[in-house]
Design a protein around this ligand. Structure first.
Ligand code: GAL
Length: 674
């Protein structure tokens, strides 16, 4: 078990006011519009805006020039109107001149093609020129605004996500590998270069996994992903350290994650942040969009180990899906309050005012093209007003008895070419498991397999193909210590070098789950199901022999695996060798959870109603369009913080309805931060 070093997270809402606002890009507008912006921000209850995310060319129109006048005026204006600023370093989008003067700052893709300016994020993370210019503009920005009274937080770069296969990246990759392996012998051994004549004799022959004739060396690919995440993090840390030097200690630093983005080991990154923030864009048309929003919240809260910041969401449609659907009335409010229920202390959007030009002019804003009379803005105003009354949530924790284990390294290794099935998408498997818990009304955290798990009554592993020895021992110790562990298929197969463990699955795990032999993996076709006892399995099946003492909870029926165990259990450790269809997975996990003493916050919840506790508050969130009634525990009286109404016995919820219930006595006294 790896001890997580104590990270002291900084409060996001130190004055007990949840943050509400969004990215504000005033450089896209004549200054006359700014006065209108601040008037409407006030009207909408906006108390925080993120400024400067893509302002590099405006701040430094020529190499070394500094144009701070507009930003001075803007910071002062926002401050005068009580709007705090999350100030961004503009380094996600270098100006065209940087690419012209220093072509080496432009990334190369796997084919060696240059990624040109003309969009954004065209920076090569390991380019020394890029890092030099980024540090210089960051330093001057921090010196100028580090003590500005409007400054609330620093926002470094934006959604770090670029890969680079170019020359400087190759050099940095070699340095990273030298630090990891020390010798080429060790690298050759770890990468298994005896295969296909890949042995490297000099460091010059070590390159990024550029385009090749056929499947590339999987450990090279895995290490390159690890390196890329680390190289991007170095860029973040360098800027973070600069802004910290020039601002008071109470100003936190963040960088916004894309949720479940494959390019970043966000467990590691989160340890370097004062505030953990994320951008959440579930599809309004997805019937399970609410579940996805919950999963993003659970992951971000777990990375933050407490309150987190919703840095971006959309007030209406995005503009990067096939068809970009608006949010039907009430959905923006529902998902915003859901984020608060699951630990957010800030609810923000991309972006404040919808653009009229540029690539994102059809992406919604809080203030859409329809303007202040528009439906979108009316809902934004309502959300702003309601958040003002939810100070009792600020800083409060969300209790969870269950942890879902997730690890980027396992994702990177397990998702490569040449595996038993290319139909298994790791993120979909994780989502299926989270969905099962969500539908069973069980609140879950996420955790890394190396974390201390002892606080959880149940731990689930949707799939961890790669597990280190330490992680395996952590899981065994967790069960030995009284924990309930439920694992999905194709887990514990490889070691951290992506070397298959003897027997196809770690021996300690086989012992834990009661598996004597893994004979074969039998992946399924995308629409295929396999009968297992009473339910259907999808995606995968396994030909397993059970060990003595293992209980066969469900066996395969029919087909090649007829009679073989599908779900095995030894004591508190369960192994699911397939992905059960949603109702079956839900029932199975609810059953295991009940056995572990985990119960939903309320019993008898109607389908589609999510109930989450945060501090002393109970959030009820209705994801459906009809009317439902939620039964409350006998004898308890609650007050809904949103309406002020008192409820005993039950609460009615309409279409996308939300109630935030506090105990009557506390709320009547108007208790502040929990
Ligand atoms: C985010 C990005 C924003 C904006 C938004 C649109 O990924 O950080 O700048 O592009 O997407 O959905």
């Amino acid at each position: 078990m790896t001890e997580r070093t104590a990270v002291s997270r900084m409060p996001i809402a130190p004055d007990g006011r949840l943050l509400f606002g969004g990215d504000y890009n005033p450089e896209q507008w004549p200054e006359e519009v700014w006065a209108d912006d601040v008037r409407l921000m006030k009207e909408a209850g906006v108390n925080s805006v993120t400024v400067g995310v893509f302002s590099w060319a405006k701040l430094e129109p020529r190499p070394g020039a500094r144009e701070f006048g507009w930003l001075d005026r803007l910071m002062d204006l926002l401050h005068a109107h009580g709007v705090g600023v999350v100030l961004a370093t503009p380094t996600a989008s270098p100006p065209p001149w940087l690419g012209r003067l220093h072509p080496e700052t432009l990334p190369r893709d796997e084919n060696g093609q240059t990624v040109w300016w003309g969009s954004r994020q065209q920076f090569a993370h390991s380019s020394s020129a890029y890092r030099r210019y980024a540090a210089a503009i960051t330093e001057d920005l921090a010196k100028r605004y580090g003590n500005h009274p409007a400054l609330r937080m620093w926002h470094i770069n934006n959604e770090y996500c670029t890969f680079d296969y170019g020359t400087e990246s190759a050099r940095a990759f070699r340095d990273w590998l030298r630090a990891k392996y020390d010798t080429l012998d060790a690298l050759n051994e770890a990468w298994g270069t005896a295969f296909w004549s890949q042995h490297v004799e000099t460091w010059q022959d070590v390159i990024p996994p550029r385009r090749a004739q056929y499947m590339r060396n999987p450990t090279q690919v895995l290490d390159f992903r690890r390196f890329t995440s680390d190289a991007l993090m170095e860029c973040y840390v360098a800027e973070r350290d600069i802004v910290r030097r020039h601002s008071p200690a109470h100003v936190p630093v963040t960088t916004n994650f894309m949720p479940f983005w494959t390019g970043q080991d966000a467990w590691a990154w989160a340890e370097e942040e004062d505030v953990v923030s994320v951008d959440a864009y579930p599809d309004p048309r997805d019937p399970l969009g609410g579940q996805y929003n919950a999963m993003i919240a659970d992951m971000t809260r777990s990375q933050a180990r407490g309150p987190w910041m919703l840095m971006e969401q959309a007030a209406g449609p995005v503009n990067w899906r096939g068809a970009n659907h608006p949010k039907p009335p009430g959905l923006n409010r529902l998902w915003s309050l859901q984020a608060v229920a699951r630990g957010a202390d800030a609810v923000c959007y991309f972006q404040w005012r919808q653009s009229r030009q540029g690539a994102e002019k059809f992406h919604s804003g809080m203030l859409s093209h329809a303007g202040e009379e528009g439906r979108t803005f009316a809902e934004v105003r309502r959300i702003g007003a309601e958040l003002t009354g939810l100070g009792a949530a600020a800083g409060a924790q969300v209790p969870a008895d269950i942890a879902v284990l997730h690890d980027w390294h396992s994702w990177w290794a397990g998702g490569q070419e040449g595996r038993p099935s290319s139909h298994v998408a790791y993120e979909e498997v994780v989502r299926a498991w989270h969905r099962a818990l969500w539908e069973a009304h069980l609140t879950a955290d996420f955790a890394h397999p190396g974390h201390d798990l002892s606080a959880y009554k149940m731990v689930v592993v949707p799939q961890l193909y790669l597990l280190s020895d330490a992680a395996v021992e952590n899981l065994v110790a967790y069960v030995d210590g009284g924990g309930t562990l439920v694992s999905g298929f194709f887990t514990g197969v490889a070691d951290p070098d992506d070397r298959v463990r003897p027997g196809g699955m770690d021996a300690r795990l086989r012992q834990l789950f009661g598996i004597r032999t893994v004979h074969e993996w039998w992946p399924l076709e995308p629409q295929e199901t396999v009968r297992c006892g009473e339910f259907g399995g999808t995606l995968w099946s396994e030909e397993l022999a059970a060990a003595d003492g293992a209980e066969v909870v469900a066996a395969y029926r029919g087909g090649e695996l007829d009679g073989f165990p599908a779900v095995l259990r030894r004591g508190r450790a369960w192994y699911l060798s397939t992905l059960p269809e949603p109702p079956a997975l839900r029932a199975l996990l609810a059953d295991a959870a009940a056995g572990a003493g985990v119960r939903p916050p309320l019993s008898g919840l109607p389908a589609g109603v999510e109930a989450v506790r945060r501090g002393e508050l109970l959030f009820l969130l209705h994801h459906g369009r009809g009317e439902v009634t939620v039964a409350l525990p006998d004898g308890a009286a609650y007050r809904d913080l949103l309406t002020g109404e008192e409820h005993t016995g039950s609460v009615p919820l309409g279409r996308f309805g939300v109630a935030v219930l506090g105990p009557v006595s506390k709320v009547a006294r108007g208790s502040g931060a929990a």
